[in-house]
Design a protein. Structure first.
Ligand code: MCA
Ligand code: AMP
Length: 475
């Protein structure tokens, strides 16, 4: 099976752009619009400056600098490590140390000791680079596990290309589309699908900075990406939601889209949203299709090149009867190459016969439609579409002098899907400000979206006979 030409960023083919395949609005972000030729010229000039590095960190603010830095790395075949711009001290140190990034490309955070390679938005170069080997690592993306510090997901150029072609096929995404979203540029959703997808397909991209209902309504695109929190905020503003009626497709992913939000979107915009399912490790593996059924609460069928199966705890097959629940396993050409320098953690996620264990439980019906039922572990929380490991937040809270014991859980939340709640046994007397102090501590050490939204001070945590905290009893 072919997954498109070897040129990863197909619309930035230098020969075609030189021959006139230009558009004035390839990318609009942070109030700046770049034509395709400006983007190619500026990113190639970044490539020239960064070409001798192996791996660089990019402070992934939603700016043209970030886009040029990422595209420059891809042109030069240098691995990009996108860093959440609100990363706190501990998280930033971990990402930089673990990834071995040699420099910042573009903006550097205050106080960083790494050298900085500047990105000059107005510089241009028309040098042409040979297309790097498809097996080259495009990105190391940091993502949370159930315990410990985030791991670096190693994504190859080939995986990115296959993942993008598969969703373009499911959504009939063409250069005639205008993509709109305001998602962060340090995850697969906003960066890989949301920037590189547009540049591979050749559709203009409008990045709205923040994914607000106002900005989405004003953007006049044809294809809109959002996490469920974005869509649920949009349906809370019916007049703005109605302005999306002229779109071609509204696409939801990164977390379960509540059925009432699906229905309300359909009512207000006339569009049944497309739902798709994926992971940092796998890109998008399941989606409803532009020409197929869109069933509320279900995430569709495997995209091009993907196979899925369900297994029970003993590893036996689970029937595809629409009711039996099993652990979802996937394989396909868009899967990652492993966690950076973590062969054991990588091996643990794969079956002996080469399937990736998603950690999600699902049902599959006789027609091949999938419904994601939940996660196997309570320790992976999805809040606002962000994946957060309970263990990482617990470790940071245990480092605070006021905390003797802690259990972090995700509780249901109408806006965020789940909200992070920390049950804390304090160490002796504590000030009235304990809640704010602990929330700020996590926001400073990790990143703002990993902060608990609530701290509940308790005398004891429920434990089983082995002393293990019974998180299911915390609500
Ligand atoms: C509040 N703030 C604080 C604090 N309290 N800052 C520091 N310390 C505090 N204690 C401020 C921040 O400065 C920030 O301000 C603001 O609060 C952020 O608010 P928050 O409530 O956290 O965010 P939100 O506006 O409610 O965000 C909702 C959101 C966001 C926009 C939906 O969650 C989001 O962008 N989610 C997308 C996640 C995503 O892309 N996931 C994809 C991964 P200010 O706003 O002024 O800066 S999944 C993936 O990639 C796979 C493949 C897939 O399937 O897609
Ligand atoms: P991340 O690696 O941050 O992309 O998180 C991946 C996880 O997000 C998956 O393992 C699922 O638990 C969840 N997820 C992504 N898309 C969906 C969806 N459409 N419905 C339900 N859960 C989803």
């Amino acid at each position: 099976m072919s997954f498109g030409p070897s040129l990863l960023l197909r619309s930035l083919n230098p020969a075609a752009v030189a021959a006139g395949a230009d558009i004035p609005n390839a990318v609009t972000i942070d109030g700046v619009t770049l034509s395709r030729s400006d983007l190619l010229g500026a990113a190639t000039s970044v490539a020239e400056r960064v070409a001798r590095a192996d791996r660089v960190a990019i402070l992934a603010e939603p700016t043209v600098t970030t886009v040029l830095a990422v595209v420059g790395c891809l042109i030069a075949g240098v691995t990009a490590v996108p860093v959440p711009p609100d990363s706190g001290t501990a998280e930033m140190a971990h990402i930089l140390g673990d990834s071995g990034a040699q420099a910042w490309l573009g903006k550097a955070p205050e106080g960083s000791e790494l050298p900085v390679v500047p990105v000059r938005v107005h510089a241009r170069s028309w040098h042409t680079y040979p297309e790097p080997d498809p097996a080259t690592t495009a990105f190391v993306l940091y993502t949370s596990g159930t315990t410990g510090l985030p791991k670096g997901v190693v994504l190859s150029r080939a995986a990115v290309a296959a993942g993008l072609d598969a969703v373009a096929d499911a959504w009939a995404w063409t250069p005639n589309d205008v993509l709109v979203h305001g998602l962060p540029l340090f995850h697969v959703h906003g960066l890989v699908l949301g920037v590189l997808g547009a540049l591979r397909v050749g559709s203009p991209l409008i990045h709205t900075g923040k994914p607000t209902p106002q900005a989405y309504a004003a953007a006049e695109g044809s294809l809109y990406f959002g996490v469920p929190t974005v869509w649920s905020r949009i349906v809370e503003e019916p007049d703005l939601a109605k302005q999306l009626a002229d779109a071609r497709l509204l696409i939801s992913g990164s977390a379960p889209l509540p059925v009432p939000v699906f229905e309300r979107l359909r009512e207000l915009t006339g569009h049944a949203p497309i739902e798709r399912y994926g992971m940092s490790e796998t890109m998008i593996t399941l989606s409803t299709r532009v020409d197929g059924e869109r069933r509320p609460g279900w995430v569709g069928t495997p995209v091009l090149g993907v196979r899925t199966r369900l297994r029970d705890e003993a590893g036996a097959e689970v029937p595809h009867d629409g009711e039996s629940v099993g652990a979802l396993q996937v394989c396909g050409p868009m899967l990652f190459d492993g966690y950076l320098d973590r062969p054991d953690a990588t091996a643990a996620e794969w079956t002996e016969d080469g399937w990736f264990k998603t950690g999600d439980v699902a049902v599959i019906d006789a027609s091949g439609f999938h419904r994601i039922v939940g996660r196997e572990s309570v320790d992976l929380i999805k809040s606002g579409g962000y994946r957060i490991g309970a263990g990482e937040v617990e470790t940071v809270l245990l480092g605070h002098p006021m905390v003797a014991e802690v259990a972090v859980v995700g509780l249901p939340d109408a806006d965020l899907g789940q909200r992070i709640v920390a049950f804390v046994v304090p160490r002796g007397a504590y000030p009235d400000s304990i809640e704010k102090d602990l929330i700020d501590h996590v926001a400073e050490q990790l990143s703002v979206h990993k902060r608990p939204r609530e701290i509940r001070v308790v005398d004891v945590l429920p434990r089983n006979a082995m002393g293990k905290v019974q998180k299911k009893l915390l609500s």
